[in-house]
Design a protein around this ligand. Structure first.
Ligand SMILES: [Zn+2]
Length: 336
């Protein structure tokens, strides 16, 4: 590796609905410094962009890197994004609409910025360094507050003409199902996200059917985090186990549809909920998906838990901006 590559500094950023995380890396993707802030409370986009920039500066400070030295920033944003212009379109969990993230950060930090969907960033991280290394086609499903999806197809983020895609959470799985945050009915995330699971589990705890959960978190929806659900299962709350199995089955049904469309070799499941119960989730998603695919696809894919945890999206973002710059360079060379 050349000296200049080793000395380069890259920043990966994960903009979530509740928190933001920035991480600085050197040219070998060794982590140098990180910073975290809450996203909540920044209802207007201008204050939000300012907070993103501050978090980047704090991560640089933590890693003793001058922000002027940054070679590039890769930022994963919630919801659909326009990857070409680097615009955040209309995230369902943030009241920001059509925010020019790339332009703002390029003006401020004077370095190239690549914007992608946060789950695409996470799946790209898993593809480069984690559970899906070197796969030909990776589909990622990350159940959390909603259910995010992403796909890396032959080394590239699979995307549409004007927006990022793989909004797996909004595939309709229940025509007359509950209303989703997006306004439609019966979306996968309305029936199988952590929020949907927690709501059913809270009811069970309230009825006295889940004593382990009632002890770990009470019946308040806001307190029923992934760890409380895992504790409930460890305490043999059979009903909570059934609720989670049913959610995994719904996710598996959606995965079966995607297997027919894209024939992935790896399906990565990530997020706090999967992290808290990796075996239960992977087993039941895989089972439901295999049952529903054409025989030729039955053994064509594996279902694995993500390996990088919170680092997937920041590492993926930092690796993605390097990939984009390399692509641009080779295209420029071809033209000259
Ligand atoms: Zn929806």
């Amino acid at each position: 590796m050349s000296e200049s590559t080793q000395q380069s500094r890259w920043l990966g950023f994960d903009l979530g609905g509740t928190k933001m995380l920035a991480q600085v890396y050197d040219g070998d993707n060794k982590a140098l410094g990180r910073a975290r802030k809450k996203t909540k409370g920044t209802s207007d986009a201008k204050a939000g962009l300012e907070r993103i920039a501050e978090t980047i500066e704090l991560a640089c400070e933590d890693g003793e890197v001058d922000p002027k030295e940054l070679s590039g920033i890769g930022i994963g944003c919630p919801g659909p994004v326009d990857m070409e212009s680097g615009t955040l379109l209309d995230p369902p969990n943030l009241a920001w609409n059509r925010v020019p993230v790339r332009k703002y950060l390029e003006d401020r930090f004077k370095c190239p910025v690549a914007v992608l969907n946060d789950v695409d960033a996470g799946v790209y991280g898993e593809y480069r360094y984690g559970a899906a290394r070197n796969a030909t086609c990776v589909i990622g499903v990350f159940p959390g507050t909603g259910i995010g999806g992403g796909c890396i197809y032959r080394g590239e983020v699979l995307r549409g003409g004007s927006a990022s895609c793989m909004e797996i959470g909004h595939i309709q799985v229940m025509p007359n199902g509950p209303i989703c945050g997006c306004g439609h009915r019966g979306c996968l995330e309305a029936v199988a996200s952590r929020l949907a699971i927690a709501a059913s589990a809270a009811k069970a705890a309230y009825r006295g059917q889940a004593p382990g959960l009632a002890k770990a978190a009470g019946t308040d929806l806001g307190s029923i985090r992934s760890s409380a659900l895992a504790a409930s299962i460890d305490a043999d709350d059979e009903i909570v186990k059934q609720i989670i199995k049913e959610a995994a089955r719904q996710i598996g049904i959606a995965v079966a549809g995607l297997v027919h469309v894209l024939s992935p070799d790896v399906v990565v499941l990530g997020g706090g909920l999967v992290e808290a119960m990796p075996d239960l989730f992977t087993e039941h998603v895989a089972k439901a998906a295999r049952k529903r695919v054409m025989p030729v696809y039955e053994d064509s894919f594996k279902v694995v838990p993500a390996a990088l945890g919170d680092d997937a999206a920041v590492l993926g973002g930092a690796a993605w901006v390097q990939h984009v710059l390399k692509q641009n360079e080779s295209q420029a060379e071809e033209k000259s």
